[in-house]
Design a protein around this ligand. Structure first.
Ligand SMILES: [Mg+2]
Length: 370
């Protein structure tokens, strides 16, 4: 059969990067990043087609890679790459007992993205066109690292605004940092706040009340733990729009998030939640709850491109989250963290076209399953 999956290559790419400011760890007990990874998956079919995917990510990459190599990639060998929806449904059922959220889900996400890349190549269309879109360009927003320093926040906000970014997003959790960005942003640049789950519900409500008059674009993941949707709904009632969803994976959990009235903006992550197949369902569900979709995307590899295609396929405009970092060496041209606009590749498929020599220089681990 020409569409049979024959071989799956796995590669961990690890690239040193600069944050454009001080480095501060987002999470207690984890060192600040000095390198940023991409866990690449390349699926090959019997007739010579090949598609790229990416699995989440960052500190859990070694685990996701092990799950891919030992369990998920071998399961897909010999399967028909063509019927993606049915195949992913079958895979979800096969692996449900090993984690509905976590490395197994991330591994499935990578395979799904690669299968969509192949499908769009076969159709002779850029992926966003296969998904029903017709906008070849999307806007980006600059997603800052955590600097832990209001002066660095202000300088980068002003710099991104001057470079034409319509929005920036902070990864800070203090009022001085928020206000520094607000002041530096000017009239044309929106400011979103991603605080990464630091607060109790009462702390988060107090902050949301304090910043409500400041007109921030959204306050992201304000409470610990991230799955306390009722707490988020209480924070939302203080008047600042709430965003969340990068730590939600199943469609039923997204439904619970919406039913709780927890969010104005939902942020499914294409390389965590199950790939293009899963995130398309989240788009449809979100529409029925009048929730905006702003996919999570702190990536720079195929997951970044997959997110760009999803946004370009959606009739409602949304900016593409883009890490505001400088890679020591660019691996592919689509990732440009210094421009507020992005032209999607007009080649068929995902359009991930890495510089093979650069990729090889930064490969930290690789394996193949056949
Ligand atoms: Mg976030």
């Amino acid at each position: 059969m020409p569409h049979t999956i024959r071989r799956i290559e796995l590669t961990r790419v690890s690239v040193p990067f600069e944050t454009n400011g001080p480095r501060n760890g987002l999470r207690p007990g984890l060192a600040p990043w000095t390198r940023i990874e991409s866990l690449l998956v390349r699926v090959h079919t019997a007739d010579g087609a090949a598609g790229w995917g990416e699995a989440f990510g960052h500190f859990v990459n070694a685990g996701t890679a092990a799950v891919l190599e030992s369990l998920v990639a071998p399961w897909f060998i010999g399967k028909d790459a063509h019927a993606i929806g049915a195949l992913m449904e079958q895979a979800e059922r096969a692996f449900y007992g090993f984690g509905r959220n976590g490395p197994v889900r991330y591994a499935l996400s990578a395979i799904d993205v690669a299968l969509w890349d192949i499908a769009a190549q076969r159709a002779g269309l850029p992926l966003y066109r296969l998904l029903g879109g017709n906008r070849p360009e999307v806007g980006r927003y600059a997603s800052f690292a955590r600097y832990g320093d209001p002066d660095a926040v202000a300088a980068n906000t002003a710099g991104a605004a001057a470079a034409g970014f319509a929005q920036v997003k902070l990864h800070e959790a203090t009022l001085p940092a928020f206000l520094a960005a607000r002041q530096a942003a000017g009239d044309r640049t929106r400011v979103a706040l991603d605080v990464n789950c630091p607060w109790t519900v009462d702390e988060a409500r107090a902050m949301a009340r304090r910043i409500a008059p400041e007109d921030f674009e959204w306050l992201e993941e304000p409470v610990w733990p991230p799955e306390d949707y009722d707490a988020m709904a209480r924070v939302r009632r203080e008047g600042t729009p709430i965003a969340a969803g990068e730590n939600v994976t199943t469609l039923h959990d997204f439904k619970r998030l919406f039913e709780a009235g927890a969010v104005d903006v939902v942020q499914p992550s294409v390389i965590k939640a199950g790939g293009i197949t899963a995130v398309r369902k989240v788009y449809a569900l979100a529409e029925s709850y009048s929730v905006r979709v702003a996919p999570h995307c702190y990536f720079w590899g195929p997951g970044y491109l997959a997110t760009a295609h999803l946004i370009a396929a959606d009739p409602r405009p949304m900016l593409l989250e883009t890490p505001y970092i400088t890679l020591q060496e660019p691996i592919h041209p689509a990732f440009d963290s210094q421009s507020g606009r992005m032209e999607l590749p007009d080649t068929a498929g995902l359009g991930f076209a890495p510089d093979e020599a650069a990729l090889a220089r930064h490969t930290a681990w690789s394996a193949a399953v056949s």
